[in-house]
Design a protein around this ligand. Sequence first.
Ligand code: GRF
Length: 212
Amino acid sequence: MADEIFVSPKKHGRIMALLSGRGSNFIKIHDAVRAGDIDAEIVLVFSNKEDAPGLRIARERGLETLFLNSKLYPDKEEYDREIIRETRRREIDLICLAGYMKVLTPSFCDAFKHRIMNIHPALLPSFPGLHVQQKAIDWGVRFSGCTVHFVAAEVDMGPIILQAAVPILRDDTEESLSARILIEEHKIYPEAVRLYFEGKIEVHGRRVFIRE
Ligand code: GRF
């Protein structure tokens, strides 16, 4: 069977950001929205952590925020179902994971196929998971970097949208490499979101093509 083809919608988009921490990627996306570089609005910033700095910053920026305590739900399915309800209620077009430290359930991923993006601080499919900057140093690879990808049920393995490579230097520590990778994350994540709502992202099975 031929691969299904998906083309991102050219429209004024409605975005929801999911974060668990400092939220610097969310901030860069919001900056690009405010600057008019991305034709979209951030409708909701969601967190599973009540005290996430990113949530506070979103509030200071006048955005709607929502925290749901996962301990009040019987299981992950119920928790994600509640987030899905909030998402549908607001007619969200694109969900941006920005340092969201919970793995989405497969039913969540399936419900929003090609409508969830994530940023990962390594060149996928190398180094999925956590602490990947240190793992890249330990492996002795010469380059690492970052990847914006669509989210699919298999963690960190959805179709790759954009990547940026960062050389690993002799004296690199986890902190120094993470800082240089983060600079690239802040460029390619807003760029991917911009391309999405310009209708320029074309997905053929696993492969993503950017329309000129
Ligand atoms: C980033 O390194 C991102 O690649 C990873 O989590 C971190 C989030 O950082 N998924 P921030 O909260 O966006 O500053």
